[in-house]
Design a protein around this ligand. Structure first.
Ligand SMILES: Cc1cc2nc3c(=O)[nH]c(=O)nc-3n(C[C@H](O)[C@H](O)[C@H](O)COP(=O)(O)O)c2cc1C
Length: 573
């Protein structure tokens, strides 16, 4: 992705301030503004400043949403007290927590000790560990908070690898969705709203690529959840509020997520981080990979079940793993992830290791040694960062990510031509065969120059090399009773819905109503249903009558999945 250089620079030497404005019924924004680059992290790389948006809802009860991080604590608290007597605040809703934000929360506790903190369950655990002693109510999707006068807030949990404690809030009275890290941009200006949204396009995309692209799957889940709410305004944690470009921006997010999930090369970036440094390195590497056209699956090992981790890494072309060193070791989550990888992930995958350490860095050594001994090849030299990364180390991460992406690309170019047509067809057939378990099928075969068909769900895989199946067919008519060894047939594996199955019976075969079904003729003259999920071509090897059924063992010669995303139809008893 290339971004155009900003023509309007919002940076300058203006002092930080807090801009206050009404944004809806009894609702205000307090935008803590910096006109300069806030931090060295890559997400601020366009140098357009940023805003940390906090919101106030003043109904019968008063709620304050998302106090900013410590860069703004003093100016923010001063401005807040001009807007409201802090003793009147009932709730402080925090969409995520981190050490920066806890500094401001401590300041708020001094001036609003009566308030109750509202946050997600993972944020609740972080707050407990931080030693902040306050009244805290953890919430999750479906929970509500009634502030009166229609402001019945709904909460939506949006956990992502980077913000496992993510929480969004919907207010039906103002029709505002407070979206925190989603739909933001690092851009500082005087406009509260997105009236000049076309000028923000590159900032929005850059923000997405830096922060959301490595967690596109989880973002898609969040977008699906948002669809249940009717909102006219998106109130993000950073940048202008979204009103004029609402549908455009929602559609952009969908499309950008899809672009990530459709990329051909994928890399899993696994990490754990107690104080945030290893996480920052992980995201710099992820950003470098994204820039190089590689899809990233960020995995925060602390919050990811082993089965998910195994599946994600197995589906990726390479994996990169990072750890802090604590007490001379890698945290237990990283040790577990490493064990899982060594036991399950092919040694042909490209790998890389990184980590933040204080003085000895044993965890990085452990990762490197175990992966090297197991036979994995490294896409870059281990990245060892003492304590917090700086701008130089983040550039090193980007360079390493570029080298990794280039090696992956080279490997994939070398591998594809080696795959013969036979290999490709074998793998297609195997994929189609993988769909038969428990599925509803239509078996079609030729009888006296007519194509006949019958429904069955009594099929199972019986052999692997050569691939073979067993199926039981009712001897309800002559056509089935006369099936012989070496006869060929097609199994059409159906997907959910009745469009095909309603034409056929489980008891007797009938002629295929070709005028009512979408069909295609295979080489050899056999029809397949193009609206099916998959098809398999088979030859009967042996058959036996058992009671009222013909039990058939057949070899599968060919096959293909026709709808990769389709759901298998299941026989309802
Ligand atoms: C309790 C504790 C134990 C630590 N033990 C080690 C150690 O044995 N060796 C080392 O190199 N660094 C050690 N460190 C330093 C951390 O590795 C360092 O702070 C690192 O930046 C943490 O990474 P993170 O921010 O991703 O959690 C320790 C730090 C803490 C707080």
């Amino acid at each position: 992705m290339t971004y155009t250089t900003p023509t309007i620079s919002s940076t300058g030497s203006r002092p930080r301030d807090v801009q206050v404005a009404d944004i809806g019924t009894q609702s205000q924004v307090l935008r803590s503004r910096t006109w300069d680059r806030l931090k060295f992290e890559i997400e601020y790389g366009r140098r357009r400043g940023t805003t940390a948006n906090s919101y106030l809802i003043k109904s019968e009860k008063i709620a304050l949403i998302d106090p900013p991080g410590e860069s703004f604590t003093a100016t923010y608290l001063a401005t807040l007290q001009q807007q409201i007597n802090p003793h009147n605040i009932d709730y402080i809703i925090t969409s995520h927590v981190n050490s920066n934000r806890i500094v401001t929360l401590r300041g708020l506790q001094q001036i609003a000790p009566q308030a109750t903190l509202v946050c997600s369950h993972p944020a609740f655990s972080t707050l407990k560990k931080s030693g902040l002693v306050w009244s805290v109510v953890p919430v999750r999707t479906g929970d509500t908070l009634d502030l009166g006068q229609g402001h019945r807030l709904s909460f939506i949990s949006v956990p992502t690898p980077r913000w496992p404690d993510g929480l969004c809030t919907y207010d039906p009275t103002s029709e505002i969705l407070y979206s925190d890290k989603l739909f933001g941009s690092h851009f500082c200006g005087n406009n509260i709203w997105d009236s000049h949204w076309r000028e923000l396009n590159d900032d929005r995309r850059y923000y997405f690529d830096c922060l959301q692209a490595p967690q596109a799957k989880q973002v898609e889940v969040a977008l699906d959840q948002f669809d249940a709410f009717s909102f006219k305004i998106l109130a993000p944690g950073h940048g202008p509020l979204v009103r004029h470009s609402l549908s455009r921006f929602r559609q952009d997010y969908r499309q950008w997520c899809q672009e990530q999930t459709q990329r051909t090369l994928r890399v899993a970036v696994l990490y754990a981080s107690a104080y945030g440094s290893t996480s920052t390195i992980a995201h710099a590497i992820a950003q470098g990979l994204t820039d190089n056209g590689v899809a990233v699956e960020a995995i925060n090992c602390e919050y990811t079940p082993t089965e998910t981790l195994t599946k994600v890494v197995a589906d990726c072309d390479g994996f990169i793993i990072g750890s802090p060193t604590l007490g001379g070791h890698a945290p237990v989550q990283i040790q577990t992830a490493l064990g899982t990888i060594l036991a399950n992930i092919p040694k042909t995958k490209l790998t890389g290791v990184f980590g933040s350490y204080g003085w000895s860095g044993e965890a990085i050594d452990l990762l490197q040694q175990k992966l090297r001994d197991a036979g994995y090849r490294f896409g870059f030299e281990p990245i060892r960062v003492q304590f917090s990364p700086d701008s130089t180390t983040l550039k090193i991460c980007q360079t390493a990510a570029t080298a990794f992406a280039q090696q992956l690309r080279k490997r994939s170019r070398q591998q594809v031509p080696r795959q013969t047509m036979v290999d490709i067809q074998t793998s297609r057939t195997a994929q189609a065969l993988g769909r038969i378990i428990g599925s509803l099928c239509v078996v079609t075969f030729e009888h006296h120059s007519h194509h006949r068909a019958i429904l069955t769900a009594r099929i199972s895989q019986a052999s692997f090399a050569p691939p073979g199946i067993m199926m039981a067919l009712p001897m309800g008519d002559d056509a089935i009773s006369s099936l012989q060894t070496q006869d060929s047939f097609v199994l059409n594996i159906l997907k959910e819905g009745r469009s095909i199955r309603r034409h056929f019976s489980y008891q007797k075969s009938c002629q295929i109503p070709v005028d009512q079904l979408n069909t295609e003729i295979l080489q050899g003259g056999k029809p397949i249903f193009t609206d099916a999920l998959a098809y398999l071509e088979g030859t009967i090897i042996s058959q036996q009558t058992i009671g009222s059924h013909l039990l058939v063992y057949a070899h599968i010669n060919n096959g293909q999945v026709l709808d990769k995303g389709g759901l298998t139809a299941i026989h309802q008893l």
